[in-house]
Ligand binder design. Sequence first.
Ligand code: IPM
Ligand code: MG
Length: 368
Amino acid sequence: MEHKKIAVLSGDGVGPEVMAATLPVLERVGELFGRSFAFTSALVGGAAFDEYGEHLPQETIEVCRRSDAILFGSVGGPLAESDLPKWKGCETRSILALRKTFGLAANFRPATVYPQLEAISPLKRELVHQGIDLLIIRELQGDVYFGEHTLREEGGKRIARDTCEYSEDQIALVAHVAFQAAQKRRSRVTSVDKANVLHTSKLWRDVVREVHKGYPDVELEDMLVDNCALQLVKDPSRFDIIVTSNLFGDILSDLAAGLPGSLGVMPSASLNAQGFGLFEPSGGSAPDIAGKGIANPIAQILSASMMVRFAFGWSDEADAMDRAVVHALEDGARTADIFSGEGRCVSTAEMADAISRRLSTKGGGVRI
Ligand code: IPM
Ligand code: MG
């Protein structure tokens, strides 16, 4: 029996709850398809700080290194406590550090507006009916995120500087990823930049166009980031794949996450050049609802499905998970964030159960 080792980094906030709801779903997938998973938990974020005095301890990195994939929950901490050492820099010291340590360069953030959740989407009905199924591929290793950050004083005034840098190789890597992903979807890539102003964006545009020459079957368009923000709200169904730099991708992916109406249904995958990856919900640690058992586990379950698909190459298993989520929604299961009066309002565990019960080896793929 094929045996996959998974590093389970639940983190803090709602992370441990949605993770606890997700692992039994994976176990059930294993039973149905004759697969087995070995889960090893490791601490990250606030929980790691309590135990080790740091947010990403070496012990955790080692567990990840020995695994076939990382399943990540969330880290963050309550806003009111953000100055405490436990939470200060918690997100950058855990999430950005993991991205750097494992060279995770391409971040996949799909935004699907479920017809079953039409009532909670802020979009007009006509737009939802057109079908919105776009994938943002965000570069994760460069940009202002990893350039030099300085703060100095001149004439008694503070001046801050963040350096934005991109190398050709960083851009080419994510461009290849985007064109290859497009070949498996609707063969359309929108490359987003700010080439009317930034040198990094001019280079971005040049390199993406060069890489595109190797993918004549894929259509490429360039779009400025400000216009892209507008189009995502006005005409989201025009997009298939959006490929963009780290900061623009951060902002646009939250915008896109607003389209279905809840971050609770948005998964993500971050992969390195060797195909090793980290899989996590797009939303944060939601400290305001942590510990109440009401967080939506769908984003975590769909992240696990992306892990099964991308890291292990098991598309039947991933299709089954995606289908089960849609069926549970059709059955009326709704956590509080997606409850609009129709169906029944359920807890985190009940939602995961509703999904587990709908897992089946029969049925085709549904695109999530
Ligand atoms: C994300 C988050 C992170 C980012 C933060 C927490 C550092 O917003 O994954 O989108 O900016 O990349
Ligand atoms: Mg973000």
